[in-house]
Design a protein around this ligand. Structure first.
Ligand code: TRP
Length: 436
């Protein structure tokens, strides 16, 4: 079984919410337990610097997200769990990739284009407020992915373009410098929920409609009760499809529980009652994790230790790979002998060959074989290997011979014959190639 490498990053600029948990953390922790999968999960704190200049927020978010993954049951012995900024090879690789990434490619990145479009609509300079981090975001992300030769990158739909750019950049690098990178693919799991938020739109920090994953129970209850519903009275049938409340309920219940809730909707369950049930189901899933989470948050040194161990494990891959890549692009010690790694250098071409052998009758022969393997010339039998060898050297060095019929003559003596269907010019060409 070939091992599949799965890798994904989590930007450390916020507090994990229920949507992050159901949409990313929970499926990732489950996937990491499959045999035949090597999982790489990391805290993308370099990416966070693009979104925020608040140092405390970056640090706090890193702590919270790390604690969340550990509390959710991530087994750090099985997976590679690390903080991006602990791997200096990542920014180093980012530079190598920057030097081959087309500017035009990055001009087309959705996030950058959206910023430019907004500026244009607002009548200000197209690049107003755009930092180079936002512009280079896809290249840093490509380095994250390519460094660990990930096959599959589970991401949300908004990130698909970034994975395609990583593929693109990897392809260019491989073309220029030889096959160093695996071309990654985005993995979009249709079965994985995108949760609605309090207002029914996708749960997202940018809509300010989230339910923090580890809100204390009382706050969780308050937030659940603030979920927007229609004004149908108790007893009036309610439509489960299209109900944010029902969708959230589904994400935290078994199929059977969800079926029962659908029936309750049909039968006109009161919104308050449905909200109470939702709260209880979320609390059931979250409470044990919340306890672990709080214990972890209280001991940052413990989390730090996990991360540093993870970094050492990741660097055991990144450091040697980076030195291979440095060599490939020509960042070499002056005493290093060039390895022929560049794809644009002529590859060693297959050459015609002389083969010497002994026949059953005890006599010594040689053959001249075309680069593609078919015989061009077969010698007479000689009494000693030395006689055969002398003739081979003579022919290799461009010594003169004549061809008459299918016979090959040196100084009037028949020494070999052309193989069936071979013409003299083929032999001369092969010998010329060998002499060159
Ligand atoms: N850009 C991703 C996000 O915001 C986070 C990320 C950074 C990432 N590097 C990555 C995801 C590499 C997958 C692979 O969601």
């Amino acid at each position: 079984m070939t091992v599949q490498r799965v890798l994904t990053g989590i930007t450390t600029s916020g507090t994990p919410h229920l949507g992050n948990y159901a949409g990313a953390i929970r499926p990732a922790v489950a996937a990491s337990r499959h045999p035949g999968v090597e999982s790489f999960y990391f805290l993308a704190d370099y990416h966070a610097l693009i979104k925020t200049t608040d140092p405390l927020r970056v640090q706090r978010s890193t702590l919270e997200i790390a604690a969340t993954w550990l509390a959710a049951g991530l087994d750090t012995d099985r997976v590679w769990f690390y903080r991006q900024s602990d791997i200096p090879e990542i920014p180093e690789l980012t530079w190598l990739l920057t030097c081959i990434a087309g500017k035009g490619l990055l001009n087309r990145a959705h996030a950058y284009k959206a910023a430019v479009d907004k500026n244009t609509a607002d009548g200000v300079d197209p690049d107003a407020g755009v930092n180079m981090g936002l512009y280079m975001y896809p290249v840093l992300m490509a380095a994250d992915i390519l460094m660990f030769k990930a096959h599959s990158v589970p991401v949300g739909r908004d990130q698909i373009q970034h994975i395609e750019m990583a593929r693109d950049i990897a392809g260019s690098f491989n073309h220029l410098y030889g096959e160093h990178f695996v071309l990654p693919e985005a993995a979009i799991d249709a079965a994985v929920a995108t949760l609605p938020g309090l207002d029914g739109r996708k749960m997202s920090k940018s809509y300010d409609n989230t339910i923090p994953l580890f809100a204390p129970a009382a706050e969780l209850k308050k937030l659940v009760f603030s979920i927007v519903t229609d004004s149908k009275a108790p007893g009036e049938p309610k439509d489960a499809d299209g109900s944010a409340l029902f969708e959230l309920f589904q994400a935290f219940s078994s199929a059977e529980e969800a079926r029962a809730m659908r029936t309750a909707f049909d039968e006109g369950i009161a919104w308050g009652e449905a909200k109470q049930a939702l709260f209880e189901h979320i609390e059931r899933a979250v409470a044990p994790m919340r306890e672990r989470y709080e214990a972890l948050i209280a001991e940052p040194a413990q989390i730090e230790k996990h991360l540093l161990e993870g970094a050492a494990k990741a660097r055991a891959i990144a450091t040697p790979f980076m030195s291979e890549l440095r060599h490939a692009v020509g960042l070499r010690r002056l005493t290093d002998v060039a390895r022929p790694a560049r794809a644009d250098k002529p590859r060693p071409v297959a050459q015609p060959q002389f083969k010497q052998y002994r026949e059953a009758d005890g006599r010594f022969h040689f053959k001249l074989v075309h680069a593609d393997g078919h015989a061009l010339l077969v010698s007479e039998g000689f009494a000693t290997p030395r006689e055969a060898g002398t003739l081979v050297t003579f022919l290799k060095q461009g010594g003169e011979f004549e061809v008459a019929g299918n016979g090959v003559f040196v100084a009037g003596e028949r020494v070999a014959e052309l193989a069936p269907d071979v013409v003299a010019v083929e032999v001369r060409e092969a010998l010329a190639a060998l002499a060159a």
